[in-house]
Design a protein around this ligand. Structure first.
Ligand SMILES: [Zn+2]
Length: 196
C-alpha cells in the first residue's frame, strides 16, 4: 500500500509544484533558487527531484514544498495532497499482540537507522558535481527516500502508541523490511569488498 509520500511523489512532478508555488522556469527548466541569494537561475527542476548548483539544495517534491513553506515533511506531503487533489490512502488497521509489536518495533528501528545512515552518506558522496552530470542513482534514491524514512523513524521513536503500531504495520507489509534488510546486507558486503 502506498503511503502519503509515495502517493504525492507519484502524482505531482517537481516542475508542476514549482510552477504552482510561484517559481518561474526558463526553457532549460532552471529557476532562480529561493533558498539562497540567486541572481541567475541555478536551480534545476527535474521530473522527480530538484538540485541547486549554487547552494546544493536538493530533494524531491516534498522536500521542495517543505522548504518553500517551512513545514515538517508530513505537513508538506499533506499540503501537496490537498493542493493537487491526490487521493491519500488510508493505513491498515493494527493487529498483533503488544509483545510481538515491541520486537517488531525494535527491528524496524534498527533497519531504518541503518538505511538512513546509508542514504545520508550517499547524498554527500554521489551528489552531482556539475549541471551536465547525469545524477547517480544512489543520489536520486537518497533525495527521494531521506524525508519519508526520517519521518518514519521519528514516528517510531516519538509517535503515540497508535501511530507507532501503524508505522510498524506499514513497514512490515509485503515483506518490505526483509527486503530492505537483505539489500542493506548486500550493500555492506559490496562496500567492504571495495575497501579491501
Ligand atoms: Zn540555491
Amino acid at each position: 500500500m502506498k503511503n502519503i509520500f509515495e502517493a504525492v511523489r507519484e502524482a505531482v512532478p517537481v516542475p508542476l509544484a514549482a510552477e504552482r508555488y510561484g517559481l518561474k522556469a526558463n526553457h532549460a527548466g532552471m529557476v532562480c533558487c529561493p533558498f539562497h541569494d540567486d541572481r541567475k537561475p541555478s536551480l534545476k527542476l527535474n521530473e522527480d527531484y530538484f538540485y541547486c548548483f549554487g547552494c546544493g539544495a536538493g530533494g524531491d517534491v516534498v522536500e521542495l514544498t517543505r522548504r518553500l513553506f517551512d513545514l515538517r515533511p508530513y505537513e508538506a506531503a499533506s499540503k501537496l495532497a490537498v493542493d493537487f487533489g491526490v487521493d491519500v490512502p488510508a493505513t491498515a488497521p493494527p493487529d498483533g499482540s503488544l509483545n510481538r509489536f515491541r520486537s517488531d518495533l525494535l527491528r524496524c528501528q534498527q533497519v531504518l537507522d541503518e538505511y538512513l545512515n546509508l542514504l545520508i552518506r550517499w547524498q554527500r558522496k554521489y551528489a552531482p558535481r556539475s549541471q551536465d552530470d547525469k545524477p547517480d542513482d544512489r543520489y536520486v534514491e537518497a533525495c527521494q527516500m531521506l524525508e519519508p524514512m526520517d519521518y518514519m523513524a521519528s514516528m517510531l521513536a516519538a509517535g503515540t502508541l497508535e501511530q507507532r503500531i501503524r508505522a510498524v504495520d506499514r513497514l512490515l507489509a509485503d515483506g518490505k523490511m526483509d527486503q530492505l534488510e537483505d539489500r542493506l546486507n548486500r550493500i555492506k558486503e559490496q562496500e567492504l569488498k571495495e575497501e579491501n
